[in-house]
Design a binder for this molecule. Structure first.
Ligand SMILES: [Zn+2]
Length: 78
């Protein structure tokens, strides 16, 4: 089966497709990887796309909103 051309572009995009988001949430047990919270969860890039990170499960993590914000406040941005 040939792959649809352009399908691989997903990994170079900041946008995380819904099914990939779900897969990461499931993998992380529906909990924030930093503090274990189960509410206000976001799927976040470990290495930001702006710094060469890919939108693939290995580079995605589940974070709650407070942890995600803390990360975003780092000096090097994200
Ligand atoms: Zn958290």
């Amino acid at each position: 089966m040939p792959k649809r051309s352009g399908g691989d572009l997903t990994r170079y995009s900041r946008a995380i497709p819904a099914r990939l988001r779900r897969a990461v949430l499931e993998r992380d047990g529906g909990r924030c990887r930093q503090c274990g919270a189960t509410e206000n969860l976001h799927v976040d890039h470990v290495l930001p796309v702006s710094r060469g990170g890919l939108t693939v499960p290995d580079n995605l993590q589940t974070l709650c909103a407070p942890c995600n914000l803390r990360k975003g406040n780092r000096a090097d941005g994200g």
